[in-house]
Ligand binder design. Structure first.
Ligand SMILES: [Zn+2]
Length: 285
């Protein structure tokens, strides 16, 4: 994606403008005002994730079926009140039963509660999800694939796995999910939209997309613990005046680990050998 190009100041400036206009377009598709929505998201600690956060990363973004807001418990009442007062969205009761096996159902994967809203006039749909964690951004690390680990916050757009996501590629968070019918349905939908979701980090296309890299450092390497406040956090494309350094400071201190101490392909084998040798030497002492 062009927006990830930060080779010089002009590019960076263009990138901010591009990302901002994509977010503006997205919100306006759903009948939401950019300035007002960003203000409300900041005030009530809400973020956007899901397919609508994914679509703003691409020039040829698809049309998401709904927009998903994620709000911490404390901000929920205020955010819903803001929606009622300032938008046409109203809570609807779903006739269909909630499938408890769905990844995104209440009580599972960091989700406390889900409210479905609809704009009666336009038929546009919105999901407002209360997260179990007070910091809604934490929820993205419990999604079933790295492809969904993107957010739109009031300050910027963040992507956890840019080296894969920009190649329209994601990885399931567990190999066993390949057999889960709910996940299969979602993977199929992603495929229809031109994305690929691999079942494991060992798959050739994943290793190839990650490329040769220094392991355990930077955002390319999926291995080990990463933290939102470090340079292994999300890749942020800031909107307006926010600079990336500032972004890191306003982020909650959240760590996550997606890939345990396995290798990222053959390229890094020498690094692992030297690490083991070092450990052995330490034991000898
Ligand atoms: Zn690595």
């Amino acid at each position: 994606m062009v927006a990830f190009s930060v080779t010089n100041k002009e590019n960076l400036h263009n990138c901010k403008r591009t990302v901002r206009s994509r977010v503006e377009n997205l919100l306006s598709t759903f009948g939401l005002d950019y300035g007002e929505t960003m203000k409300a998201m900041r005030e009530h600690n809400a973020i956007i994730s899901g397919s609508s956060a994914l679509t703003v990363l691409f020039t040829d973004g698809f049309q998401p079926g709904d927009v998903d807001f994620y709000v911490g418990r404390e901000g929920m009442a205020g955010f819903l009140a803001w929606l009622e007062a300032n938008t046409e969205y109203r809570t609807v009761i779903r006739n269909t039963l909630v499938d408890p096996n769905d990844w995104y159902s209440p009580g599972r994967h960091g989700i406390h509660d889900v409210k479905w809203l609809e704009d009666n006039a336009t038929g546009m749909k919105m999901n407002v999800v209360t997260t179990q964690d007070p910091c809604p951004v934490s929820v993205i690390f419990q999604f079933y694939t790295t492809l969904s680990m993107n957010v739109i916050s009031w300050a910027g757009v963040g992507c956890a796995y840019p080296s894969l996501t920009t190649k329209r590629l994601g990885v399931l968070v567990g190999k066993e999910l390949k057999e889960n019918t709910r996940v299969q349905g979602r993977v199929k939908k992603a495929t229809e939209r031109g994305f690929t979701i691999a079942s494991s980090w060992d798959e050739d296309m994943v290793v190839k997309a990650l490329g040769p890299h220094e392991c355990d450092s930077g955002r390319v390497c999926p291995r080990g613990v990463r933290n939102l406040r470090s340079n292994r956090g999300l890749l942020w494309m800031t909107l307006d005046r926010w600079e990336e350094g500032e972004m890191q400071r306003v982020m909650p201190n959240v760590s996550w680990m997606m890939m345990d101490g396995r290798t990222c392909g053959d390229e890094i084998a020498p690094v692992r050998r030297s690490t083991r040798a070092q450990r052995a030497r330490e034991q000898d002492v």
